[in-house]
Design a protein. Structure first.
Length: 654
C-alpha cells in the first residue's frame, strides 16, 4: 500500500478572511497548534478538561480513559449524564423561546418549534413510551420520514435510556427485518408514509412486511405517526402517535445513565454479508458532536444551521438530532428533495430562512451543478458565512463552483472526513485557523492523532499513499459491533495495525501535511503494477466541462491486473448514437491522460442519465462493480432511487 500513487495535483490555496479569523472560535493556526500541543502533552487531561467544560454531568466522572481491555476502550466510565437533558433541559432557563427547529415540509409549509415546545413534546412521547413498558436498555427501531417527530423519537429514547436504531426511510422491508432481528428490538416507531417530490410514499407496509418475515416476536409495540393519511393495515400491537402522547405529562425525569451506556446502534448497510450494528456510547459520542460543532462549524448563537442529511445516517444523528440541539442552535430540517418543485429549492430555502451554515454532500452539489449551475445567482445567499461537505471527497472543480457560485468567495468550506464509526469529524478544516485547498480535508482536529501507514502498520512518508489510521482511542469512536465483538476487533483493529484504528480509506499527505482521501481501500485499483485511487480518476473526469458526475471501478484484466471502468453522467444529453458515444469516450480518455497520465486512462467509458444511487444520494459502487464485470446483479436493489438506470449502464463503449 505504501506505493499507492497520488496523481492529483492541486495548488490553489484559500485563506480565511481577517474578519472571519477574528471572530472564529479557534482563531489562527497558532491557536490550533496550541490545542494540538496540549493534547499531545497530556492526552487524557485534554479530553477530561473538554468533557467537564462541555457536558452537563449528573454524576461527575473520576476516570477519563480505560485502556485495560483494548480495543474495547471506555471513556468517563463512572460519570452519569443524559443526552436529552444535555440537548433540551439545559436551554430552558437561558433561551426557552428560541427556535430550535425550522421544519420545511415537502410542500413548502414551514413549522417552527421552540426549545420549550420541543422539550414538552419529547417528555410527552418519552412518558408514552414508558407507559408501553419500554425501558432503559431496550432497543427501539425508528423508521420515520425526515421530520420533527423523528428527532422527538430519538430524543425520547435517549431520555428514558432506550437504545434507538434509526433505519433510513428508503430502506426495504428486508433491510428493516435484518435490523429489527439483529437488535432484538421491542418496538418500532414509524409513520403511515412520507412525502418526497410531491408524492406520498408509504412506509408502514414495509414495517408490516418486515414483522411478517419471522423472528420478530419480541416486538410488542408499533407506534404510527400519521403524516400522509394513507391507508394502513392495523394490528393489535399498533398504536397511533397521538394516542401514545394523549394525557401524558409534559415533564419526564431523565434516566441518568453511565457515560458508556449505548446511546444508539446504527447499521452500516454492508455491501456483503450481515449489516454491522455500529454501537456508540453516550458521553464520548455527545462530546465529539459538540466539540466539532464548536470547532469545525465555528458555531455562534445567531447561526441558522442546516445539515441536509437524513436522520437515518450518522450525519443526521450528529449534526441534526444531537449536535446542534446540544449547542442550543436554530436548525433547519427539510422533508423533501432538492429538485422539487425545481432545482432552486435548496437556494430558496437558504434565502428564506437566512441560513448561515450549509452542510451537504458532494453528490448533491454535483447534481445541482448539472441541473442549473447558475441557479444560485437568482437567490439572495448573502446570509451564508460557512459551507461544508460530507460523505465522500469533493473533487476540486465542484469545490470551486460551491465556493464561488454558492459562497460568492466569502465563505470558507469545511470538507469533513469522518465515518459512521467515528461519530463526528476527525479530519476537517477549522475555518478560522487554516488555509484551505480544494479537495483536501486538511488537518486532524485537536486530540485526533491520525497518520498514514503501510500494510505492516509502519508510518509512510508524506506524499506516499497508504492506509489512514487513528493512532490513539478517541471519545466518540465506535465501542463495538452490536453482538459481534470479534468482527469489531478484526475489522477495525487488526493486529498488523499495532493498536491503531483502521479507517478503511486510503490517503496521502502533501507538503503541508494536509490529508487527501483517495477512496476506500477496496476502491484502489492495481493497474499494471500502479496502485491508483478511484477518487482521483473521478475528479479528473468531472473537471471536464462536459461531465457532471463520474464513478470509477475496476474489473479484472489478464494483462494489466485491473482495467479502469468509468461510468459518466454528462451535463447535457447522452450521445445520440454509438459513433458519437465512441468519439466522446475517446475525448474523455485523452482528457484523463492529460490530467493524470496515460496509466489512468479508462479502458471503458459508459454513459448514463444518472448513477445508481440510494434515496440518500449515495452511489452504490458495488452494483457498478458487478455491471463492469458483467455479473448478474443478485443484491437487493429496492433501496435504489432509480433501478432502471442499471440497464442503461450495461452498454459498453470502448
Amino acid at each position: 500500500m505504501s506505493n499507492i500513487q497520488s496523481v492529483m495535483h492541486e495548488n490553489r490555496v484559500f485563506n480565511p478572511s481577517e474578519a472571519f479569523v477574528k471572530q472564529a472560535n479557534v482563531s489562527g493556526m497558532a491557536a490550533y497548534k496550541a490545542m494540538c500541543a496540549e493534547a499531545e502533552k497530556d492526552y487524557a487531561g485534554f479530553w477530561s478538561k473538554l468533557a467537564r467544560e462541555t457536558l452537563l454531568w449528573h454524576k461527575p466522572f473520576t476516570k477519563t480513559l480505560d485502556e485495560s481491555n483494548a480495543p474495547f476502550y471506555k471513556w468517563f466510565e463512572d460519570g452519569e449524564l443524559n443526552v436529552s437533558y444535555n440537548c433540551l433541559d439545559r436551554h430552558l432557563t437561558t433561551q426557552p423561546e428560541k427556535t430550535a427547529i425550522i421544519f420545511e415540509a415537502d410542500d413548502g409549509k414551514v413549522t417552527r418549534v421552540s426549545y420549550r415546545e420541543l422539550h414538552t413534546r419529547v417528555c410527552q412521547f418519552a412518558n408514552g413510551l414508558k407507559a408501553r413498558c419500554i425501558k432503559k436498555g431496550d432497543r427501539v427501531i425508528v423508521y420515520m420520514p425526515m421530520s420533527v417527530e423523528a428527532v422527538i423519537a430519538m430524543q425520547a429514547c435517549a431520555r428514558i435510556g432506550a437504545i434507538h436504531s434509526v433505519v433510513f426511510g428508503g430502506f426495504s422491508s428486508k433491510s428493516l427485518h435484518e435490523r429489527i432481528t439483529d437488535a432484538q428490538a421491542v418496538a418500532v416507531i414509524t409513520a403511515d408514509g412520507q412525502y418526497r417530490g410531491g408524492k406520498a410514499m408509504a412506509l408502514k407496509p414495509a414495517v408490516d412486511e418486515a414483522l411478517g418475515m419471522g423472528g420478530c416476536d419480541m416486538v410488542h409495540t408499533v407506534v404510527v405517526y400519521k403524516r400522509t393519511g394513507g391507508d394502513v393495515q392495523w394490528s393489535s400491537n399498533n398504536v397511533w402517535w397521538t394516542d401514545v402522547v394523549a394525557g401524558q405529562g409534559d415533564t419526564c425525569e431523565p434516566e441518568w445513565v453511565g457515560a458508556e451506556h449505548p446511546l444508539f446502534i446504527l447499521y452500516t448497510s454492508g455491501s456483503t454479508g450481515k449489516p454491522k450494528g455500529v454501537q456508540h456510547s453516550t458521553g464520548g459520542y455527545l462530546l465529539g458532536a459538540m466539540a466539532s460543532m464548536k470547532w469545525v462549524f465555528d458555531y455562534k448563537p445567531a447561526d441558522i444551521f442546516w445539515c441536509t442529511a437524513d436522520v437515518g445516517w450518522i450525519t443526521g444523528h450528529s449534526y441534526v438530532a444531537y449536535g446542534p440541539l446540544a449547542m442550543g442552535a436554530t436548525e433547519v430540517i427539510f422533508e423533501g428533495v432538492p429538485t422539487y418543485p425545481d432545482a432552486g429549492r435548496f437556494w430558496k430555502m437558504i434565502q428564506d430562512h437566512k441560513v448561515t451554515t450549509f452542510y451537504t454532500a458532494p453528490t448533491a452539489i454535483r447534481s445541482l451543478i448539472k441541473l442549473g449551475g447558475d441557479l444560485p445567482n437568482k437567490y439572495d445567499l448573502s446570509s451564508l458565512r460557512l459551507l461544508g461537505t460530507v460523505g465522500e471527497p469533493i473533487n476540486p472543480e465542484a469545490w470551486m463552483w460551491y465556493y464561488n457560485t454558492v459562497g460568492h468567495a466569502n465563505c470558507p468550506i469545511v470538507d469533513t472526513w469522518w465515518q459512521t464509526e467515528t461519530g463526528c469529524h476527525m479530519i476537517a478544516p477549522l475555518p478560522g485557523a487554516m488555509p484551505i485547498k480544494p479537495g483536501t480535508c486538511t488537518l486532524p482536529l485537536p486530540g485526533i492523532i491520525a497518520t498514514i501507514v503501510n500494510e505492516a502498520g509502519d508510518e509512510v512518508n508524506d506524499q506516499h499513499g497508504g492506509f489512514l489510521v487513528i493512532k490513539k482511542p478517541f471519545p466518540s469512536q465506535i465501542r463495538t459491533i452490536w453482538g459481534d465483538p470479534e468482527r469489531y476487533k478484526k475489522g477495525y483493529f487488526p493486529e498488523e495495525m499495532k493498536g491503531a484504528y483502521l479507517a478503511g480509506d486510503s490517503s496521502h499527505r502533501d507538503e503541508d501535511g494536509y490529508f487527501w482521501i483517495m477512496g476506500r481501500i477496496d476502491d484502489v485499483l492495481n493497474v499494471s503494477g500502479h496502485r491508483l485511487g478511484t477518487m482521483e480518476i473521478e475528479s479528473a473526469l468531472v473537471s471536464n466541462p462536459l461531465v457532471a458526475e463520474a464513478a470509477v471501478v475496476g474489473k479484472p484484466h489478464e494483462i494489466k491486473g485491473e482495467a479502469v471502468v468509468a461510468f459518466v453522467v454528462l451535463k447535457g444529453a447522452r450521445p445520440a448514437d454509438a459513433a458519437a458515444a465512441k468519439k466522446l469516450a475517446e475525448e474523455l480518455r485523452n482528457w484523463v491522460g492529460k490530467e493524470i497520465g496515460p496509466i489512468a486512462k479508462p479502458d471503458e467509458i459508459r454513459f448514463g442519465e444518472n448513477l445508481p444511487k440510494t434515496r440518500s444520494g449515495k452511489i452504490m459502487r458495488r452494483l457498478l462493480r458487478a455491471i463492469a464485470k458483467g455479473e448478474e446483479i443478485t443484491q437487493d436493489v429496492s433501496t435504489l432511487e432509480n433501478p432502471a438506470i442499471l440497464e442503461q449502464l450495461k452498454e459498453v463503449i470502448r
